[in-house]
Design a binder for this molecule. Sequence first.
Ligand SMILES: Nc1ncnc2c1ncn2[C@@H]1O[C@H](COP(=O)(O)OP(=O)(O)OP(=O)(O)O)[C@@H](O)[C@H]1O
Ligand SMILES: [Mg+2]
Length: 242
Amino acid sequence: MSLLEARDVTVRYGGIVAVRGVSLQVEAGEVVALLGANGAGKSSLLNGLVGLVRGTSGSVLLEGREVGRQPTFRRARAGLVQVPEGRGVVATLTVEENLLLGAYTRRGRGAAAEALASVYQLFPVLEERRRVGGAMLSGGEQQMLAVGRAMAGAPRCVVLDEPSVGLSPLMVDTVFAKIRAMADTGMGVLLAEQNVPASLAIADRVYVLQRGEVVASGTAAAIGADDAIMAAFLGLADGARR
Ligand SMILES: Nc1ncnc2c1ncn2[C@@H]1O[C@H](COP(=O)(O)OP(=O)(O)OP(=O)(O)O)[C@@H](O)[C@H]1O
Ligand SMILES: [Mg+2]
């Protein structure tokens, strides 16, 4: 049984089919990259998996349990949490207040403090900046805060939509190393990206999406070494990805 499994998921916006019959799995401790060009359907698939698009059909199983008919907040409570594209940091709240928003699914005394401690352990910079307003953060800090906020809910599986967008190459490496570290604690990570080299560097496995369909999948090593896939679907000529 996989941590997260999508079976034959189709996402429609009215008459437009953005995702067509996609099946994939994410295991605990894995980073799985969902790669594809603009408009391939990455965001639509992630939004469908977490319950943000009405026109989604197919099955979404979390630890073997069907969650595909549940509202987004219930999926979050069950352990499936999304870091949205564009980060969604609340500018008028401090770093710590943003993190506490993410911890709302945790119950019990001391749970919030525990959540903060675990986030600060992975992101010391957020602890240094904990009283700073969200509006004052750099792009990289905002991205780390968005990831940290998802972590604060102690999810079993995190889906991230293009966390590299707007970051310098150095910041991409920093944030991606944190994403890898998160998976190494046992979480499952589904990472939608256009930054192929950075994703391949941290991913265990890859699905390549084109026009809403999975056109290739395999280990990150195998996909990265496949020049035909790189050129045909990801627009990377040999040598351009290292
Ligand atoms: N709300 C919407 N209503 C109608 N069509 C949409 C909507 N959102 C996305 N689409 C269409 O669905 C297709 C997939 O878009 P989607 O945003 O999922 O791609 P993506 O892979 O995330 O692209 P990007 O890398 O640019 O973020 C596109 O053809 C897009 O125009
Ligand atoms: Mg997108």
